[in-house]
Write a protein that binds this ligand. Structure first.
Ligand SMILES: O=P(O)(O)OC[C@H]1O[C@](O)(CO)[C@@H](O)[C@@H]1O
Length: 317
């Protein structure tokens, strides 16, 4: 892994998103799926599973039976007809994802792999391959592939539900939002770095609908600069992370949007904790980082991890 190349991977996000928008305008990568899908099972590890968790929740909310499983779980749904299994792996080589996929090859379920490497072992095991089109991540850290995975899973949602939004148009807005954060980083990054740089690690908080943002952000703090970090869901925060605020110098990145943000902020105020909010005003946050189109929750889902990624790149350097 390489911090300078990681930073250049992040800087290439707007261009990469624009290219993906072009691909999705030209073709539906899920057009080869059968019409009769009764259940969706996502398999993956790390950031691939984080993206899948949000996609599964969105599909369930639209009435589709969908689940995101750790690929490392010993077992999941049986390989029944009508089950669409979607293993997700940017590299196409994660051992756990290959092992879980092997349980479905040659069975009655349809296997559609999402990978950034169409020649990988994962792609070879699948009935259908959906390329991520994220280009090579030369820094060795999944960042653009995470963003492209989320985007492609929104395209899958549109395909399976017949609803949802124009994903290429959403990607154009996301490219603008991402470029805005990159262009104005001299303004917001130094104070964010100072506020989050505490002795007890960094915590990340997001609503269930965007939990992947907290999970991916915490992973970036761990994977690059090797700092202690953990993610928490915004409502769950009052049952879990709240216990840390009494004893630790608790510093968190908050992705607002949960109806339970205020409940968490009451404790933050009482305990004198530090919260940096991303994408919306939050009363008594120590800082608020805004960006173009941050009032659109789908743009936020696709964009907001860039704040943590740029903080992580700076610390790693
Ligand atoms: O999507 P993949 O390639 O299976 O990787 C899963 C996870 O493994 C890592 O590459 C670390 O080993 C993470 O960056 C990533 O989230």
């Amino acid at each position: 892994m390489n911090s300078e190349l990681y930073l250049s991977d992040l800087e290439a996000k707007p261009e990469s998103l624009a290219a993906l928008a072009g691909v999705l305008r030209a073709e539906d990568p899920f057009a080869g799926l059968p019409r009769d899908v009764r259940r969706v099972l996502f398999l993956g590890m790390g950031s691939s599973r984080y993206a899948a968790g949000v996609a599964a929740l969105r599909l369930r909310a639209a009435g589709v039976d969908a689940h995101a499983e750790y690929a490392s779980a010993a077992a999941s749904f049986p390989p029944a007809a009508g089950t669409l299994v979607i293993p997700i792996s940017a590299t196409g080589t994660s051992r756990e994802t290959l092992d879980a996929t092997a349980r479905y090859t040659g069975g009655a379920a349809i296997l559609a792999a999402l990978t950034n490497r169409p020649g990988s072992p994962l792609a070879q095991a699948a009935d259908l391959v959906v390329p991520m089109h994220a280009g090579e991540e030369r820094g060795g850290v999944a960042c653009r592939t995470f963003q492209h995975t989320l985007a492609l899973l929104l395209a899958l949602e549109a395909r399976l539900t017949g609803r949802g939004r124009d994903v290429p148009a959403l990607l154009d807005k996301t490219a603008q939002a991402t470029a805005d954060l990159l262009d104005r980083r001299d303004e917001w990054l130094p104070p964010a770095i100072e506020l989050l740089d505490g002795p007890h690690g960094v915590y990340t908080i997001a609503p269930a609908e965007r939990l992947s943002s907290a999970e991916q952000s915490a992973l970036m703090f761990r994977e690059g600069p090797r700092r202690p970090a953990d993610a928490c869901e915004s409502g769950d925060w009052s049952h879990v992370d709240v216990y840390l605020t009494k004893t630790l110098d608790y510093r968190a990145l908050l992705f607002p949007g949960s109806r339970y943000d205020d409940q968490a902020m009451d404790w933050v105020r009482e305990r004198g904790s530090t919260v940096v909010a991303v994408g919306a005003a939050v009363k008594d946050a120590s800082a608020v980082i805004r960006y173009a189109h941050d009032d659109d929750p789908d743009v936020a889902l696709l964009t907001e991890t860039l704040v943590a990624e740029l903080v992580a790149a700076t610390w790693w350097d």
